[in-house]
Write a protein that binds this ligand. Structure first.
Ligand code: SF4
Length: 292
């Protein structure tokens, strides 16, 4: 069996910067302890464990604004690459917490865009994943009643805005560009005047395009990524839906089953932008050993 390594794959610049900032904070003796991350630094268990080994605790399982209340007075808090709402930043300031912001510059760009559009009188249709921290942070830039989340085409019919409302459509950074195009078309059918801003980041686009292109020439694609990683799940989706090839997502080498590859001559491997490279390397080595 031939193993093709898709590039680019794995950590993007936003994730590299967030991990670097968190490790620098952990090593700085002048930073007040304890140190917390508000949510998973990136959606990957291995990356979270890496920070735990440096003494950084991850608060998870709720909205950022609620998790913040678990940070004790005088402690340090790190905001993740997904970004946080102005409400979270204001509350951290009000409580006198030592805050470090690892928000990816591409997410900050979306926040700024939403602020500008709101100031210009627009209401916001945000295309994103329900329950994901990035929409929570970005949508927090708009006042309640002037922003709505759309995940699927079916959500478009339920939008509360009238036909004369000035509307700006903004997307989450880690969506599938093909799915998003369908949802944008549905929004434009209902609101032909809506102004569209596709905010899918370059790192996500390049990983998806490389996966779709390589998938044409192989029998199957293995995506290495956490179950909560939006961009890893989207990689599986684009391989299946756009390239029409089978894809499996595994979190680590232990998840692989030899049976999956019984009739496979050529397999390609990619990884979500939150997957550490050593986890992907272990998967590649396992597959290479299987061909022997
Ligand atoms: S996936 Fe894109 S937006 Fe998210 S951290 Fe990476 S570069 Fe930034």
């Amino acid at each position: 069996m031939e193993v093709v390594k898709i590039t680019p794959r794995g950590y993007c610049y936003g994730v590299v910067d967030a991990m670097t900032m968190a490790k620098r904070v952990a090593k700085d003796p002048n930073v007040p302890r304890p140190i917390f991350v508000l949510g998973q630094i990136v959606h990957n268990r291995h990356a979270v464990e890496d920070l735990e080994s440096l003494g950084i605790r991850t608060l998870d399982g709720g909205r950022r604004v609620e998790l913040l209340e678990q940070v004790p007075d005088g402690a340090t808090v790190i905001f993740t690459a997904h970004g946080v709402s102005p409400e979270v930043k204001a509350r951290a300031r009000e409580r006198g917490l030592n805050a470090f912001d690892a928000t990816c510059p591409d997410v900050t760009k979306t926040h700024t865009l939403i602020q500008e559009k709101v100031d210009q009188g627009y209401s916001i249709i945000y295309i994103g994943t329900k329950g994901h921290p990035e929409p929570e942070g970005a949508m927090g830039e708009a006042p309640a009643g002037r922003v709505a989340l759309v995940t699927t085409i079916d959500d478009v019919a339920a939008l509360p805005f009238g036909s004369d409302t000035p509307l700006a459509v903004v997307t989450q950074t880690t969506l599938s560009q093909w799915d998003t195009a369908d949802v944008i078309r549905a929004v434009q059918t209902r609101y032909p005047e809506a102004e569209v801003h596709n905010e899918i980041c370059l790192a996500t686009q390049l990983r998806q395009e490389a996966a779709v292109q390589t998938a044409q020439d192989v029998d199957m694609v293995v995506v290495v990524g956490d179950r909560r990683s939006n961009n890893s799940n989207r990689l599986v989706e684009v391989v299946e839906k756009v390239a029409g090839k089978p894809a499996v997502r595994v979190e680590q080498v232990e998840d692989l089953e030899p049976d999956w590859f019984r009739d496979v001559d050529k397999v390609a491997v990619t990884a979500g932008s939150s997957t550490p490279s050593q986890v992907t390397r272990a998967v590649i080595h396992w597959l290479e050993a299987l061909k022997a």
